[in-house]
Write a protein that binds this ligand. Structure first.
Ligand code: 5GP
Length: 197
């Protein structure tokens, strides 16, 4: 009766469960959802990722991302400073480990907006995290959004569409799917899942 529970059978504690991962194909509207949460619900702490991608117009270092060069990213990987990282459409993106762990230790809700490869790494290293898949209302709508952004050269859009096709097939690996018909509805549903009122 006092035998140790088999590995992986622990009931997740209430704090560790507060890590929520929002993922889904590029262009599905993840960053719009995150921007709305940042605006309307500042209590939710949003992890700021590190990336080697150059800033888009309107993006600020330390707000949407920490923009670093390849050598800077290598250093973070080598020093074990990233909770997860992935290469996406020719650039690297990663989640700084320490700020996330500090918030979770304090019992604060944490939201990560990351790509599918990153979500899979979190699934492995933090199995108690809640994985949320943001799905487009339709494939046509996703193509329209990816093509219409107008900030990326055609070959980059092509790579993102190819990645999106693969990412859509991964929906079944997630705990919950939210369909992005309205940013407001998705935010409300996400906050309810995170138990933020
Ligand atoms: P974008 O260049 O459009 O801002 O982001 C491209 C992709 O990288 C998106 O799918 C976004 O979710 C993902 N991404 C952003 N930050 C991270 C991160 O820290 N880790 C991982 N794995 N993906 C990220």
């Amino acid at each position: 009766m006092f035998d140790a529970a088999p590995e992986g059978s622990e009931t997740p504690g209430p704090l560790s469960r507060r890590l929520t991962v929002l993922s889904g194909p590029s262009g599905v509207g993840k960053s719009t959802v995150v921007a709305e949460i940042r605006r309307a619900h500042p209590r939710v702490w949003l992890s700021v990722s590190v990336t080697t991608r150059p800033p888009r117009p309107g993006e600020t270092h330390g707000v949407q991302y920490f923009f670093v060069d390849d050598a800077g990213f290598d250093r973070l990987v080598d020093e074990g400073e990233l909770l997860e990282w992935a290469e996406f459409a020719g650039n690297r993106y990663g989640t700084p480990r320490r700020p996330v762990e500090e918030r979770l230790d304090r019992g604060e809700p944490v939201l990560l907006e990351i790509d599918l490869q990153g979500a899979r790494q979190v699934r492995r290293t933090m199995p108690e995290a809640l994985l949320v898949f943001l799905a487009p209302p339709s494939w046509e709508e996703l193509v329209r959004r990816l093509t219409g952004r107008g900030t990326e050269p055609p070959e980059v859009v092509e790579r993102r569409l190819a990645a999106a096709r693969v990412e859509l097939a991964a929906e079944k690996e997630f705990d919950v799917t939210l369909v992005n018909t309205s940013v407001q509805d998705v935010c409300d549903e996400l906050l309810a899942l995170m138990a933020v009122h």
